[in-house]
Design a protein around this ligand. Structure first.
Ligand SMILES: Cc1ncc(COP(=O)(O)O)c(C=O)c1O
Length: 387
């Protein structure tokens, strides 16, 4: 017999989460998540699922019937989108030079799809001319776009222009809204997006485990007329909708607590109002950006593509980026992150998402950042916070 391991009662430091996600969970969401569990077929729980669907339609700005939460993280929603929409042999246009694009390309190959690589810079927004050229040269079926890139801090402009190109070629669009949903302007229907997914743990400030996804009528028809079943039974949207829709067939035991959390997070969005929430993200992240520039640091993303929910900052020459991250964590309990992949050591990634998008957090972070830089001999141009 193995003996039981000795462990302490759960206790975590009071971190302020200002990295690329998760953000700090809203206290109202935490409270909702402490509600007692219900069975997955309990009429009250089914009402809660209906509420989630209606609130998601508002948050995505869509009338899509197929609007649900995937039991899993953003990657599960990404995999559900690719796995359902892409049939073996179909061509997916994706920027493979970008971090998330590379992940989508790997998923595409796994479901038997063919990747058409959009071999353009991974750190700029997509250029509609490059996209049009790729469509003209290839018979594309599905086009993946990342609306808000958490690795580069770039917000993709011209969304309608990009989806128009796809539709002129009868292709379908999948848009990754993980870092934009509820924090940055997004109009799923008006922008002609066929499939979109978000994240509960970024601008919604809930917990991972119940991820928003929406599919329009056109994409639903494609999925329902597939010649072969999807590879994944668990992520089969047609089966999942038998649970979320009128049939109410058992599919899997819903992770009740993350669903409670998501519902409360979405209620908070509705109470604040989407436009006010987008504006709050712009305002608070704007204060962060101004403070960063006062210190003498440079934002990595150009102003016109700036993504308020995820701010990328150039690490100045001679500064140890990891030491700064550790200083902020040790002295201020503030979490920020380094760059991912090839941007490791080049940039810091500072999130300004949901409940974390607060002026007091920005003031705390800027004070700590200034101290961390001065500790390494960096001379700030001006104090980060205006007197
Ligand atoms: C743009 C983007 N897409 C997808 C994901 C994957 O989400 P998750 O880590 O929740 O699986 C992330 C995670 O940060 C992301 O930033």
């Amino acid at each position: 017999m193995r003996s039981p391991p000795e462990t302490d009662e759960l206790d975590t430091p009071p971190r302020i989460l200002m990295g690329p996600g998760p953000s700090t969970i809203d206290p109202r969401v935490l409270k909702a998540m402490s509600t007692q569990a219900l069975g997955y077929m309990d009429p009250r729980f089914l009402d809660i699922m209906d509420d989630i669907q209606e609130l998601l339609r508002y948050t995505f700005q869509t009338n899509n019937d197929w609007t649900l939460a995937i039991s899993g993280t953003g990657t599960a929603a990404m995999e559900a989108s690719i796995g359902n929409l892409v049939e073996p042999g179909e061509k997916v246009l994706v920027r493979t030079t970008a971090y998330w694009g590379d992940r989508v390309a790997q998923m595409t190959r796994r479901v038997g799809g063919e990747v058409v690589p959009l071999d353009v810079s991974g750190t700029d927004p997509l250029d509609p001319d490059d996209v049009a050229e790729a469509f003209a040269a290839n018979d594309i079926d599905v086009f993946y776009i990342c609306h808000a890139d958490t690795t580069t801090g770039i917000r993709q402009p011209d969304m309608s222009e990009l989806t128009d190109i796809a539709h002129e070629h009868d292709a379908y669009t999948i848009v990754d809204c993980v870092t934009s949903l509820s924090g940055v302007e997004l109009h799923v229907d008006d922008w002609g997006i066929d499939v979109a997914y978000g994240s509960p743990q970024k601008c919604l400030s809930s917990t991972p485990g119940a991820t928003p996804l929406t599919v329009n009528e056109r994409a639903r028809e494609k999925i329902q007329s597939r010649a072969s079943d999807t590879d994944s039974w668990y992520l089969d949207l047609d089966l999942l909708m038998e649970y979320w829709g009128d049939e109410r067939n058992y599919h899997h035991t819903a992770p009740v607590t993350p669903y409670y959390g998501l519902r409360e997070a979405l209620r908070l969005v509705a109470e604040e109002g989407l436009e006010n929430r987008w504006e709050r993200h712009r305002e608070v992240a704007g204060e962060l950006k101004a403070g960063i520039e006062r210190i003498g640091l440079e934002m990595a993303a150009p102003e016109e593509y700036w993504l308020p929910s995820l701010n990328t900052v150039q690490v100045p020459d001679g500064v140890d980026d990891t030491a700064v991250i550790e200083f902020l964590m040790d002295e201020y309990d503030v979490e920020i992150a380094s760059g991912l992949g090839e941007l490791d050591g080049e940039i810091w990634r500072i999130g300004c998402m949901g409940y974390s998008a607060r002026r007091q957090n920005v003031a705390c972070l800027l004070t700590g950042l200034e101290e961390a830089l001065e500790a390494q001999g960096y001379e700030v141009t001006e104090p980060s916070i205006e007197a």
